[in-house]
Write a protein that binds this ligand. Structure first.
Ligand SMILES: NC(=O)c1ccc[n+]([C@@H]2O[C@H](COP(=O)([O-])OP(=O)(O)OC[C@H]3O[C@@H](n4cnc5c(N)ncnc54)[C@H](O)[C@@H]3O)[C@@H](O)[C@H]2O)c1
Ligand SMILES: O=C(O)C(=O)C[C@]1(C(=O)O)C=C[C@@H](O)C=C1
Length: 378
């Protein structure tokens, strides 16, 4: 879907999130002008060179002139500075939004720094990575991601409608809620998991235990990937969502204490109960948490573990004009086969892909949607 409704969009902060937004807008065929603003000249140069933006500015007050949508995409700690500089230069018709990971704090800053007659709606895409900077940006980052939108009490209905359409244009799924509820949800699904990963990684902080890192397998890697995230950014997030993070820490402490007691007393039932409940919760997450509203039509096929298999498959689909909505390697071990899940947005694509893959000799182990009974249900 193409982004319409804005002739000029300014993004302040052209790092991972802002840069990916600009790239996604260009990819969607957005016809208006995209203005990139960043404190770093090097970042601006990179964004301009790849054509992510039409114009670049280092000074925010120049970047916002006549803009119709202003997106704040700097770390949240810089919002005060950016809003103070830009507020006097904003058109009365502009809509201001952001991509920051906390929303209550942002609303308070906006109340303080943005003139009352300027429309604001908070935003937080549940997409990202442990990397940062424009060099990590991707036009696909927002694809199929949940994207929280948090209107203020005085945000107009038309503003919500326009920004919803903007989010959909990026390929994401808008979820409208209020800042308070957002912060509670984000603490549970993102901020506390980040803290847990940081603490797990910190357990290898001793001189001796640090040498254990050479031996880590999937378990340590999977559970600590996000500990590589930008420390400055996360410091802001924890401080600005302090209330909800503290609630989460108490829950975590309670769980740990409970487990410790059960273990010390060798209470098998208690230990098993915790493990089983956690497994049920983790198993209940869809393959990709991005499988939101649209029913996806998916195929799971056996693949040989050989170099270039992914390329071959995507080429095969591309050559037959089949658009893969998502692709995921489910399990692959060196020298053994693996399984690969592909999903498609329409029944037609799904059927066409199934027929081509079968003809090419791939073995399908599971299919969902497309009007065919799930293999698992048979
Ligand atoms: N990284 C994630 O996974 C993720 C996901 C969702 C939301 N967010 C939120 O998105 C925002 C940006 O995060 P990111 O990961 O893109 O960070 P990033 O470090 O990749 O990019 C931030 C950019 O802002 C620029 N910047 C900093 N101060 C500035 C200023 N005063 N004026 C202009 N530019 C300035 C930096 O030079 C940098 O290019 C944060 O508020 C974060 O909470 C991050
Ligand atoms: O690293 C990732 O995979 C992320 O998507 C990062 C993640 C998350 O916790 O899910 C991190 C912070 C954000 O505010 C949103 C997304």
């Amino acid at each position: 879907m193409k982004v319409e409704g804005f002739k000029k969009i300014t993004i302040i902060g052209m790092g991972l999130m802002g840069g990916s937004m600009a790239l996604a807008l260009k990819k969607s065929g957005f016809k208006g002008k995209i203005i990139g603003c960043d404190a770093s000249l090097e970042t601006l140069k990179a964004a301009k060179t790849v054509g992510a933006v039409d114009r670049v500015y280092q000074a925010p007050e120049e970047a916002v002139k006549n803009t119709e949508l202003l997106v704040l995409a700097t770390p949240v700690g810089y919002y005060r500075e950016v809003l103070a500089k830009t507020a006097p230069f904003l058109s009365k018709k502009v809509i201001v939004t952001d991509v920051g990971s906390v929303k209550g704090y942002v609303e308070r800053i906006v109340e303080q720094y943005l003139p009352k007659d300027i429309q604001f709606i908070g935003g937080h895409p549940m997409a990202g990575s442990e990397q940062s900077g424009f060099r990590a940006a991707s036009p696909f980052l927002y694809q199929n991601a949940y994207y929280f939108l948090t209107p203020k009490h005085d945000t107009h209905r038309d503003t919500i409608k326009k920004v919803r359409a903007f989010v959909e244009g990026l390929g994401a799924y808008p979820v409208v809620t209020d800042a308070g509820e957002h912060d509670q949800i984000a603490a549970g699904i993102s901020h506390i998991p980040q803290l847990s990963a940081v603490l797990l990684a910190s357990m290898l902080d001793g001189e001796k235990s640090r040498s254990y890192t050479s031996f880590v397998g999937g378990g340590f890697r999977d559970s600590t990937r996000i500990a590589s995230g930008n420390p400055e950014m996360w410091k802001d997030i924890f401080l600005f969502n302090k209330k909800e993070v503290l609630v989460g820490i108490e829950t975590l402490e309670g769980l740990l204490r409970d487990f410790k007691h059960n273990l010390a007393a060798e209470r098998e039932g208690g230990i098993l109960h915790r493990l089983q409940r956690a497994k049920r919760i983790r198993d209940g997450i869809p393959h990709s948490s991005k499988d939101y509203t649209p029913p996806l039509y998916e195929l799971v096929l056996d693949v040989k573990d050989r170099p270039g298999i992914l390329g071959d498959l995507t080429r095969l689909m591309g050559n037959n004009n089949i658009n893969i909505k998502e692709i995921e390697i489910l399990h692959a071990r060196e020298d053994e086969g693996g399984a690969l899940r592909m999903s498609f947005s329409s029944r037609e694509m799904h059927t066409k892909a199934r027929d081509i893959l079968t003809k090419e000799g791939f073995s399908l182990t599971h299919q969902k949607g497309g009007g065919i009974a799930d293999a698992e249900d048979q």
